[in-house]
Write a protein that binds this ligand. Structure first.
Ligand SMILES: [Mn+2]
Length: 274
C-alpha cells in the first residue's frame, strides 16, 4: 500500500484537506514529506490550472489518486438526489466534468456528499432514491466514457441519511447492478457508523477503491483512538494493494497534520511488512 494526502488548490473553510493553497508549492511539500500520491478536493475542475498540476505531479512523481467532489454540495448545493430534475442535471453535469478532468490526470472520482440527503417524507425519499439510482447510472456512464472510475463513500448520519455503512452501500450497488462503481471507505465515518471496523474493511476489500484514513476526531491518524493496525492487517490479508489517503483537518496545523499522518501510517505499514 502507498500513501496519499488530500490537498485543495483553493483554500476552504470546511474541508478535511490538510494542505491547501497553490498546487506547485503543495506538491513539492507532499513529495518532501514522503507521500506517493494526492487526492484533490475540487468543487469544479476550473479551480486548478491543469498544466501546473500535471507538471507538478510529473516533476515530483506523484500519483493523482482521486478527485473529491463534496465541495460542490457544501458550497453550491449540487445534489444527485435533488427532487427537481434540473437540479439533478446540474449535479450530473458537474460529475461529468470531474470525470473528464479526473481521467486526464489518471484519477478516480468520488461521490460523497453530492448524493445529498433524503426527505423526511417517506414517499419523497423513495422517489429520491430512484432518482439517485438514475443519476448514479448517468455518472457511471460519464466515468466509463471518460476512462475513469467512480467511487461511492459511505458517510455518517450527521452528514447524510442514506448509504452510511459499507454493508448498506455494497447492498445498494449490488441491487442496482453497479459493479462498475467502487467503494471508498473513510475511517472517520466508519468510526461513527460501523459495528466493527476491521469486519467492514473485510467485507469491502474486493471492491475497495481507496481507504481514507483519518482518526476518530477527524485529526491525523494517530491523534485519536482508531486502531489502524488492525484495519491495515485485514486489508493486507484481503489483498488490497491500493492507496491509503490521509484526509484530516488542519490540526494543530496542516503541515504538522500531514507529517504526523505520514509517520503513523508508514510505521504501521513497515510493521506489517516486517
Ligand atoms: Mn472522506
Amino acid at each position: 500500500m502507498k500513501l496519499a494526502v488530500v490537498i485543495s488548490p483553493k483554500r476552504r473553510k470546511f474541508a478535511p484537506a490538510a494542505l491547501q493553497g497553490p498546487v506547485d508549492k503543495i506538491l513539492s511539500l507532499v513529495r518532501e514529506i514522503g507521500y506517493d500520491g494526492v487526492e484533490i478536493t475540487l468543487g469544479h475542475p476550473n479551480e486548478v490550472d491543469v498544466g501546473v498540476l500535471k507538471e507538478g505531479l510529473d516533476r515530483h512523481a506523484l500519483k493523482a489518486v482521486s478527485i473529491a467532489t463534496g465541495a460542490a454540495y457544501i458550497e453550491e448545493g449540487l445534489c444527485l438526489a435533488a427532487p427537481v430534475a434540473a437540479d439533478r442535471d446540474r449535479a450530473i453535469e458537474r460529475i461529468r466534468l470531474q470525470c473528464a478532468f479526473g481521467a486526464s490526470i489518471g484519477a478516480k472520482v468520488v461521490i460523497g456528499l453530492m448524493r445529498g440527503r433524503l426527505d423526511k417524507d417517506e414517499e419523497t425519499a423513495r422517489r429520491q432514491t430512484e432518482w439517485f439510482v438514475d443519476s448514479l447510472a448517468k455518472c457511471a456512464g460519464a466515468a466509463r466514457d471518460a476512462g475513469t472510475t467512480l467511487m461511492i463513500e459511505p458517510i455518517n448520519r450527521y452528514d447524510t441519511n442514506f448509504l452510511t455503512t459499507a454493508a448498506e452501500t455494497i447492498a445498494f450497488l449490488d441491487r442496482h447492478d453497479r459493479r462498475d462503481v467502487e467503494v471508498m471507505l473513510d475511517t472517520f465515518h466508519m468510526n461513527i457508523e460501523e459495528v466493527d471496523l476491521p469486519a467492514a474493511c473485510a467485507v469491502t476489500c474486493g471492491r475497495l477503491g481507496l481507504l481514507q484514513t483519518v482518526d476518530s476526531n477527524r485529526c491525523a491518524p494517530g491523534m485519536g483512538h482508531i486502531d489502524f493496525g488492525s484495519l491495515l492487517a485485514v486489508l493486507t490479508a484481503g489483498g488490497y494493494d491500493g492507496f491509503l489517503s490521509a484526509e484530516m483537518v488542519q490540526q494543530p496545523d496542516g503541515e504538522t497534520a500531514a507529517r504526523f499522518a505520514h509517520r503513523t501510517l508508514s510505521l504501521l505499514l513497515a510493521r506489517l511488512g516486517g
